[in-house]
Design a protein around this ligand. Structure first.
Ligand code: G3P
Length: 199
């Protein structure tokens, strides 16, 4: 339907607005693409800019996934296309049309898109991320474990969305290949470094 196509384009454009780059620019912080891990996401903004900027990036990136899916849902876009709207928002974040198609890893935006499905599901995913990060100190490991488990959670709670969520997970995992190598070699940086002010 026309609604579905319009929402898919809208979702991709929303996703393409890089909160990390824009918020760092507004706050006169260094460009997250040039410092830390080089990733324009909340984790790297925490690394280079601190908690407030990182929280703002996290909220905006989650909303980029949540708003298009919610809007599409209220416009009666059918479930199959809701999945495509979610994927479009994430692809926008990862390959942003406004920033030379060089974006982030899709964690917060995928979470936002999935959160639009239900609070039970998003609570479970957020809990998995938080627990992993608290135990390990690695933000990337939280994303990797959450992406691996999310398809099983959704299959349990809302089986009709298993395929799109599995696809989102694949995207997020694929974007973490550098993190996976760093974790493997024991060279990944922990977010606790910043919080505990250790170097
Ligand atoms: O949210 C992205 C996170 O999982 C990894 O980010 O900057 O540590 O590569 P970063």
């Amino acid at each position: 339907s026309a609604n579905a196509l319009g929402m898919i384009i809208f979702a991709y454009l929303c996703g393409s607005i890089s909160s990390a780059i824009l918020i760092c620019r507004l706050a006169r912080l260094p460009d997250p693409r040039k410092f830390g891990s080089g990733n324009p996401g909340a984790t790297n903004v925490l690394r280079i800019g601190g908690k407030a900027a990182a929280a703002a990036v996290l909220i905006c990136d989650v909303l980029k996934g949540m708003i298009p899916v919610w809007l599409a849902y209220y416009l009666n876009v059918p479930p199959f296309y809701l999945g495509i709207v979610a994927i479009a928002a994430c692809l926008g974040h990862i390959y942003p049309v406004f920033f030379h198609f060089k974006g982030g890893k899709g964690v917060a935006t995928a979470f936002g898109a999935i959160a639009a499905i239900g609070w039970d599901l998003s609570g479970l995913i957020a809990g998995t991320w938080l627990l992993t990060v608290l135990l390990s100190g690695y933000s990337s490991l939280g994303a990797i474990i959450s992406a691996l488990l999310a398809p099983f959670y959704v299959w349990w709670f809302k089986p009709e969305f298993t395929y799109p969520v599995a696809l989102l997970s694949c995207l997020v995992l694929y974007r973490h290949h550098d993190n996976i190598q760093r974790l493997w070699r024991g060279q990944e940086s922990r977010i606790w470094h910043k919080l505990k002010k250790k170097t």
